[in-house]
Design a binder for this molecule. Structure first.
Ligand SMILES: Cc1cc2nc3c(=O)[nH]c(=O)nc-3n(C[C@H](O)[C@H](O)[C@H](O)COP(=O)(O)OP(=O)(O)OC[C@H]3O[C@@H](n4cnc5c(N)ncnc54)[C@H](O)[C@@H]3O)c2cc1C
Ligand code: FES
Length: 512
């Protein structure tokens, strides 16, 4: 990741700087006392906000400014620099704002402002009862946005997980490596839910949804009525249909409990077999190598990630993991898992005192299916994220929506998309009537190498590579019929953001 923007040599903004020191549409990092601040200029106006993203603390001055937004270089959160509001996930908390004074052609940053209430309650009748099924990325972002929108009605959030919403991407990265303490993992402290009037019910399994009666049925037989419902049930790891797949030393990774179990076992394990070279499988491999465990990866493909990132990036990812000691068994599949080994189809045996299966996920569609909602390899939603049943919305890993950028109905499994869909569905449950048009984005982290991917390209006919993949400084464009569908990059954050902006603009101006 890039270095922090504000350095000791950065200007003291309380002492004043020349107006011309900040270019129009540009940013300048500095400090006020102990606090790091970034200035943004829009025409003759200057704004001062916190210098670091409230998601993972990226230096915002390394991002870009478009319109009223600062776009974070690492995972594309957007902040309105006029109010500090985190208007697009993955950041959810606002930036601090300072007042700015202009005197004699110089800019002085003065006191920190009180956080403004950025949104007024919407006029008109709001639904009285909103129920959210799912305590993950989409469900949490929806509940948070409902309260941000000053929604005053009841919010019930039902999750069959034992943990309150967590930062799931961290479960295969710093937390699994052991470098992030567990208190980084919850998206919000426990008190947040009571403080915001969110009735979060954990370990609560929803057994059915009745769209006509407007009720959800819980596994214990009780019922909860709703005026609007958000289905955000996410996905679950695919289980391998092979002997031994249910053994106690075989793990999948989706929940905090899964992750804790892997960490506990990893303390004793010496050799791990990871089945599947998926993003999660490889992130787990990297995390376990960081814990000094011998790691073997078994996968049927010739190159890891080739289907999503192309052959060149696939080769790079393979050699990156090999440099860190991972041993690949590609073109191989597991036939059986025994107590201390994995038997491959070719007959080879791999010793393993722990096995992690990362062979993909399957969207949890049972509730939508039994409720009679339209399905198409996911829950079909319209541009407003509403399902075929009026008043019932769906977001996140389960939702297949009309993507205006690819022109296709797509379903993805990306953290940022799930959160943003949750936010959009929340606003639409309140009657905002806004289309979901965000360009899909995901990131993945392997050791010290972040991969950022914006857009969506299931198939492409040309691949443009700029820079040097092996040198960890590259940008790859995935094209079909001459059109850029997606861009993947390593340490080219600004260009990745610019690609996102270009895709947004292309969708607005339409094809051609
Ligand atoms: C380890 C890991 C690392 C990841 N890393 C990245 C990454 O780096 N970048 C990225 O873009 N994406 C990443 N992802 C993917 C990302 O986390 C998902 O796309 C995202 O969590 C989807 O959000 P969601 O709200 O749809 O589902 P989830 O976050 O899975 O939440 C679903 C919720 O629904 C609940 N639920 C399901 N069924 C029921 C029921 N019947 N009754 C009650 N509750 C129910 C579940 O308990 C859960 O609380 C990662 C995923 C994992 C597992
Ligand atoms: S650090 Fe800014 S979006 Fe993640």
């Amino acid at each position: 990741m890039a270095q922090d923007a504000a350095k000791p040599t950065d200007p003291d903004l309380a002492q004043g700087i020349e107006l011309g020191a900040v270019a129009d549409g540009g940013m300048l990092a500095g400090h006020v006392g102990e606090e790091e601040v970034v200035l943004v200029r829009q025409g003759t106006e200057i704004f001062a906000v916190g210098a670091h993203c409230t998601h993972y603390h990226a230096p915002l001055a390394d991002g870009i400014v478009t319109g009223n937004l600062i776009r974070c270089p690492w995972h594309h959160a957007c902040f309105d620099f006029r109010t500090g509001e985190a208007v697009r996930a993955p950041a959810l908390s606002p930036l601090d704002c300072w007042s700015v004074e202009e005197r004699g052609g110089k800019i002085f940053v003065r006191e920190k402002k009180e956080q403004p209430k950025v949104r007024e309650r919407r006029p008109g009748a709001a639904p009285e009862k909103i129920v959210i099924i799912g305590g993950g990325a989409a469900g949490f972002a929806a509940a948070e946005m409902l309260r941000r929108e000053q929604y005053g009605g009841s919010i019930v959030m039902l999750s069959n997980d034992g943990a309150a919403p967590v930062d799931r991407p961290n479960l295969s990265k710093d937390y699994l490596v052991g470098t992030a303490p567990e208190d980084w993992v919850p998206l919000r402290p426990e008190s947040f839910y009571a403080d915001h009037g969110i009735d979060l019910r954990l370990k609560t399994h929803v057994a059915g949804v009745d769209p006509r009666a407007r009720e959800v049925a819980l596994a214990d037989g009780s019922k909860i009525g709703f005026d609007r419902l958000l289905l955000a049930t996410g996905a679950e790891p695919v289980k391998l249909p092979i002997p031994g797949a249910d053994a106690a030393h075989v793990y999948t990774l989706r929940t905090l409990a899964d992750c804790r179990a892997i960490i506990a076992r990893a303390k004793e394990a010496r050799r791990v077999v990871v089945i599947g070279a998926s993003f999660i499988g490889l992130e787990v491999a990297a995390a376990l190598r960081n814990r000094d465990i011998e790691v073997h990866v078994v996968a049927p493909e010739a190159r890891p990630m080739e289907r999503i990132l192309g052959p060149q990036m696939g080769d790079f990812i393979r050699s990156l993991h090999e440099e860190h000691g991972v041993i690949f068994h590609l073109g191989e599949t597991a036939a059986a898992i025994e107590s201390d080994k994995v038997r491959l189809k070719t007959g080879s045996l791999l010793q393993a005192d722990m096995v992690v299966v990362g062979v993909g996920v399957r969207p949890r569609l049972e509730l939508a299916e039994s409720a009679g909602l339209a399905l198409d390899r996911g829950v079909t939603v319209n541009s407003y994220l509403e399902t075929s049943a009026p008043g019932i919305f769906a977001a996140g890993d389960i939702a297949r929506w009309p993507d205006p950028h690819s022109g296709e109905n797509i379903r993805v499994e990306h953290w940022v998309v799930a959160e943003r869909q949750g936010q959009k569905a929340a606003r639409n449950m309140l009657g905002c009537g806004e289309k979901f048009t965000d360009v899909p984005f995901f990131w993945s982290q392997h050791y010290d190498v972040p991969i950022n991917y914006v857009g969506h390209a299931e198939k492409w006919d040309a691949l443009d590579i700029e820079g040097d993949i092996a040198g960890k400084d590259c940008l790859i464009r995935f094209k079909r019929n001459g059109r850029v569908l997606a861009v993947a990059s390593i340490f080219r954050d600004v260009e990745n953001l610019q690609a996102e902006v270009a895709m947004e603009e292309a969708a607005v101006s339409g094809p051609g």
